[in-house]
Design a protein around this ligand. Structure first.
Ligand SMILES: *Cc1c(COP(=O)(O)O)cnc(C)c1O
Length: 346
């Protein structure tokens, strides 16, 4: 029996998707489900989004794509963002990132133009060549031409408009095709960044696409750890590795079976709060590999077997990530493989 429980509300994911559809009025909204839907579990989330009407899905690898196609059945587009190896992968739509990719493929595809991310996508030089000699595109059915924004979470950053301008110029040099621009944060940059297809990931899962402003998305999951033991310690005793936390009064310590091996960073020491039936209390001592300890002095009813909430209404994934000096994306995708994942249906 796992000691960590992730409860994922597929209905909340669907509501987040619908909200993004309302905001992205210029076109459709895809769902990015790479890395197993950012660690939350691609299968139930993909089914819920498909049933809600989502027709376009993106993943990172062919393996993820094949798994997703098996889940979704025929119909929706399943596009592979990075490194589509030559060869037949029926049912998957390649994202072509270079002139060599274009030459190696035929049939329906998405063309990725690099407008300033300098990571994947056609370079300015390759675009130039293609404009001079478009024959490599002859066998290709261009479903979309896409680009990816580097700093969309910072609306003031000049790179956003620079990328948009570069992309618009690139599109003028390519055959007419529908366009795909915004990720989660890009959807909130306003109608200029609208296109025929937005590609949000993080916002679907409740990560704030507008950092520094109120989160427009609904939280979609909670994480709880089961209490393995509870003990009374005397004033003057320390807790955990390094003896970093000292009890200044007689204290009650509850130990849960979640640790850094489950993706809870050691940097949460001294910051994280646990919650039980509306009562909050601090994490004390170091985060161990499989264990964390809380000062539950005066907290009623918290016996072994009960569950302490770590991520939930009192503390979302973004705030937890900030405590550890990282971002919600990294926190989510690091969440443990050994958690039980329960899904609330849409
Ligand atoms: C991951 C990714 C997305 C989704 O980004 P979010 O910030 O999670 O919305 C969209 N497009 C590309 C190319 C990506 O790699």
């Amino acid at each position: 029996m796992p000691h960590g429980l992730l409860t994922i509300d597929c209905g909340a994911v669907v509501r987040n998707w619908r909200r993004l559809c309302e905001i992205h009025a210029s076109g459709a909204v895809a769902a990015v489900l790479k890395a197993d839907a950012y660690g939350l579990g691609a299968a139930p989330i993909a089914r819920a989004l498909r049933d809600a009407g989502c027709r376009h899905f993106f993943v990172a690898t062919v393996e993820e794509g094949e798994a997703l196609r098996a889940i979704l059945g025929e119909g929706p587009m399943v596009a592979v963002l990075g490194g589509f190896p030559a060869g037949k992968h029926p049912g998957l739509t390649p994202v072509l990132n270079s002139l060599d990719d274009i030459k190696a493929h035929s049939g329906p595809a998405i063309l990725h133009v690099d407008s300033g991310m300098a990571r994947l996508g056609l370079s300015a030089g390759e675009l130039e060549k293609l404009a001079e000699d478009p024959t490599p595109l002859e066998g290709i059915e261009l479903l979309f031409v896409m680009t990816h924004l580097a700093v969309a979470e910072d609306p003031q950053h000049p790179l956003n408009l620079a990328q948009l301008n570069r992309f618009n110029e690139a599109c003028l040099r390519l055959p007419r095709a529908r366009r795909s621009i915004a990720n989660s944060s890009g959807i909130f940059l306003g109608p200029r960044f609208g296109s025929e297809l937005a590609r949000p990931g993080a916002a679907l899962y409740g990560i704030n696409p507008t950092p520094g402003r109120p989160n427009p998305m609904e939280q979609v999951f909670t994480l709880s750890g089961q209490v393995l033991q509870r003990r009374e310690i005397a004033a003057g005793q320390t807790v955990g590795y390094g003896g970093t936390w000292l009890a200044t009064r007689p204290s009650r310590i509850a130990t849960i079976g979640i640790g850094y091996a489950d993706g809870l960073p050691r940097a949460l020491e001294g910051r994280l709060k646990g919650r039980y039936r509306g009562q909050e209390f601090p994490l004390v001592g170091r985060v161990s590999m499989d264990l964390m300890t809380f000062d539950v002095t005066g907290i009623k009813g918290l016996k072994p077997g009960r569950w302490i909430e770590i991520i939930g209404p009192h503390q979302d994934a973004d705030s937890l990530a900030a405590m550890a000096g990282t971002i919600g994306y990294e926190l989510l995708t690091s969440l443990g493989r050994r958690f039980r994942r329960d899904y609330l249906p849409a």
